[in-house]
Design a protein around this ligand. Structure first.
Ligand code: HEM
Length: 152
């Protein structure tokens, strides 16, 4: 169960990153080209937030129930904070991803409500910041808590 959910979480990251990049490129392109806001822009934001929400949900299941790293860290949180790998999983990864998800949600709501002239700019700024928070919180290979790019 744990390894299946972890594998799903590992692969779903690519869907989140691709959806985020697409939403960002649409926002930046529309902003600089002063293009009208279309259904494709609307759907791009939807898929970014939807894949991200699913990833957050799976992450929370790992965090509270399945991962021996985080559930173990809760037993001695002070000790875990002195270990950079345990601290990454117990605090940094989770906090960064929650910030990313919050920014993506704010971006979607605000870009939908913004006047036509500001929709793309709002989407580009918030989706860009969301993607940044997500990318710096991923356990890339080479980091102390790093993982494979394509786990099996
Ligand atoms: C609140 C949101 C999230 C929480 C609580 C969370 C929690 C976790 C936990 C507990 C682990 C497993 C540690 C282990 O037992 O090995 C993990 C691994 C991972 N998470 Fe998250 N996560 C969240 C969001 C995300 C998001 C949004 C992404 C990427 C878009 C992401 C990417 C990853 C990756 C790549 C791994 C390593 C998987 C592997 O072993 O290959 N996480 N996460």
């Amino acid at each position: 169960m744990y390894s299946t959910v972890l594998l799903l979480h590992s692969w779903l990251r690519w869907a989140v990153i691709l959806a985020g990049l697409f939403a960002l490129v649409r926002g930046m392109g529309g902003w600089s080209g002063v293009r009208a806001w279309t259904r494709v822009d609307e759907r791009a934001g939807f898929w970014f937030v939807a894949t991200l929400d699913l990833q957050v949900l799976i992450g929370l299941v790992l965090y509270f129930f399945l991962s021996p790293l985080t559930t173990g860290a809760f037993e001695d949180f002070g000790g875990a904070m002195r270990n950079s790998v345990l601290r990454f999983w117990a605090v940094e990864h989770t906090f960064g991803m929650i910030v990313g998800a919050a920014l993506a949600h704010i971006g979607r709501v605000r870009s939908r409500r913004a006047p036509a002239a500001r929709k793309h700019r709002t989407a580009a700024i918030f989706y860009g910041l969301a993607l940044l928070a997500i990318l710096v919180s991923i356990p890339w290979p080479g980091m102390p808590a790093g993982r494979a790019l394509f786990g099996w």
